[in-house]
Structure formats: C-alpha cells, structure tokens
Ligand binder design. Structure first.
Ligand SMILES: CC(C)(COP(=O)(O)OP(=O)(O)OC[C@H]1O[C@@H](n2cnc3c(N)ncnc32)[C@H](O)[C@@H]1OP(=O)(O)O)[C@@H](O)C(=O)NCCC(=O)NCCS
Length: 136
C-alpha cells in the first residue's frame, strides 16, 4: 500500500496513455513502434496505476515519452515523483543526457527538473513541441 514505483509491461502503459492522452482515438493510436524496446515505469497509489512514463535508451542518452497521470490524480506530485525516479535510474545506468519532446505548454513543468529548452521545435497533430534536455 502507499506509493510504489516500478517497471511495468508496455500493455499497462498503453491503458493509461489511452485513458489520459487520447481517449477519443482508437486504442492502437497510443502504441509506439519502439515500445518493445522501451522501459516502462508506473507509479502506483494503493495498488492503482496512477502515472506512467516510457524510457528509451540510446547509447549514453535517454528519451522519456508518453508521460501521463490519470486526470483525477494530476497536480498532486505523482508525476514529479515518477520523473525524479527515472532521472535517478538513468543516472545509475550510466546515461549522460535525458531529453524529451515537450508540449509547449509543459515547458515550465520540465524546467523544474533542470531540463532546458533547445532550439529544436516542431508541430505535430496541431500541437507545438520543443525538445528539452538535461545533462545528468
Ligand atoms: C504532465 C503530467 C504527466 C504531469 O503529471 P502530474 O502527476 O500532474 O504532475 P505533478 O502533480 O507532479 O505536477 C503537476 C503540477 O502540479 C504541481 N504540484 C506538484 N505537487 C503538488 C502538490 N502537492 N500540490 C499542488 N500542486 C502540486 C506541480 O508543480 C506542477 O505544476 P505546473 O504544471 O504548474 O508546473 C500530467 O499533467 C498529464 O498526464 N498531462 C496530460 C498528458 C501530457 O500532457 N503529458 C506530457 C506530454 S509532454
């Protein structure tokens, strides 16, 4: 009971991604072609999966993707706990840089973790994104 963070199966990440990010799209929409090589983490509160994130390691860098907290549980610090956890994990793996494609309205959130905006930006699905990164 209480709060626990551990590795989960990609199928568990898919459920939460779909519910939080694209409930109106068909289920397959939320799958990434690289999910089979990703490392998926979940934060559980009282055994309920509340927040997920997927990590993709490539040499000394790692990208986190599809970070999502159940809507009713957002703003309570769970996402922060999960992100801090994977940054520590990545450091333990010997990773030197962590990065993400941040939705533009989320940049101030990621800045709290020391991620910095790069000059790389793009638009996808009508949303603006910026690449953010941090040396760890
Ligand atoms: C982004 C996301 C994963 C963050 O997860 P979360 O669990 O809500 O994260 P936290 O609760 O740790 O932080 C959210 C906000 O609450 C604040 N917060 C953290 N703990 C808090 C607490 N105990 N009390 C009040 N506010 C708190 C944080 O400072 C943060 O503020 P900000 O958004 O103004 O920077 C979540 O909002 C989400 O799933 N969004 C939809 C999908 C999405 O946009 N994914 C990211 C794509 S880049």
């Amino acid at each position: 009971m209480g709060i626990e963070i551990y590795k989960i199966e990609k199928e568990q990440a898919w459920e939460t991604r779909h519910t939080v990010m694209w409930p109106n799209k068909e289920f397959n929409y939320i799958k990434l072609k690289d999910d089979h090589v990703g490392i998926h983490f979940g934060l559980f509160k009282d055994d309920i999966l509340v927040s997920v994130v997927s990590v993709f390691v490539n040499n000394k860098t790692c990208q986190f993707r599809k970070f999502a907290t159940l809507q009713s549980m957002q703003g309570k610090g769970y996402g922060t706990m999960l992100l801090n956890y994977i940054i520590d994990e990545a450091r333990n793996w010997g990773v030197e840089k962590i990065w993400c494609n941040a939705r533009e309205n989320k940049t101030s959130f990621y800045k709290k973790f020391g991620l910095e905006e790069t000059k790389e930006t793009f638009i996808k699905g009508g949303r603006s994104y910026v690449v953010m990164e941090k040396s760890i």
